[in-house]
Design a protein around this ligand. Sequence first.
Ligand SMILES: CC(C)=CCC/C(C)=C/CC/C(C)=C/CC/C(C)=C/COP(=O)(O)OP(=O)(O)O
Ligand SMILES: O=P(O)(O)OC[C@@H](O)CO
Ligand SMILES: [Mg+2]
Length: 241
Amino acid sequence: MTGPWTEWDHVLKVDPDKDLVEGETFEDVCATGTDAIEIGGTLDITTEKMQRVVDACAKYDVPLYQEPSNPGVVIESDHLDGYLIPTVFNADSSFWVTGAHKEWVRIDGPLDWERTTTEAYIVLNPEASVAELTEADTEQSADDVASFAAVAEKMFGQEIIYVEYSGMFGDTEKVAAAQDALDDSTLFYGGGIRDYDAAYEMGKHADTIVVGDLLHDEGVDAVRETVEGVNDAHAEQLEAE
Ligand SMILES: CC(C)=CCC/C(C)=C/CC/C(C)=C/CC/C(C)=C/COP(=O)(O)OP(=O)(O)O
Ligand SMILES: O=P(O)(O)OC[C@@H](O)CO
Ligand SMILES: [Mg+2]
């Protein structure tokens, strides 16, 4: 099974707990050229905040995905193309690998399986809320990261492997190592992409870059530059092939 993410170069992650830059609208957000919008964050997320973003983006044609940080914030909406559900491969407790998921299925199942896909996270910035929450073991060498990626694809059949540096620009060597370890899965990279050059640089290693805080801090023009950065990196790779 292959999903639409195999075609994505750029994902914009909208945090429903954070404001847009003054004067900007969700219409502007949907017109940045991003391939998909993922709605989620670690802290202070509610169904009301989720719903507000989904409703605001509904009439534009960019694909919309919810990325819930816990089962309690999942919303049902025809406007959503699907649900991207994190599972944190280097979390301290199995709760963040399969436990929260089991509770979700127990309480709300059977789920909308057709529209539900997991993302195998490898969390690498110890300062990020997501690392603190899941008590992730962020001390991972390039070899470790590559091995996690291989386990996720080959043993657990994960379609999306997500190297997560939320809040900081990561180590390109580790992202490249993850890419080398994968055959078919899509490699997402997220964290600290703030301009064209950072998007271009990570675009050389990742299949898809995820841009988050920049939208809330700098706004849509800065996001559009990151779309250009990753698109240029991928176009050059195609030419070189
Ligand atoms: C079973 C269900 C429905 C959910 C569980 C999903 C899991 C395992 C969540 C744990 C990891 C997590 C909280 C992912 C949320 C997405 C994410 C990484 C958002 C970015 O987080 P940060 O940038 O660290 O947080 P803030 O921006 O909110 O500070
Ligand atoms: O907010 P930033 O640092 O862009 O990170 C993006 C995303 O990977 C967060 O989950
Ligand atoms: Mg964040």
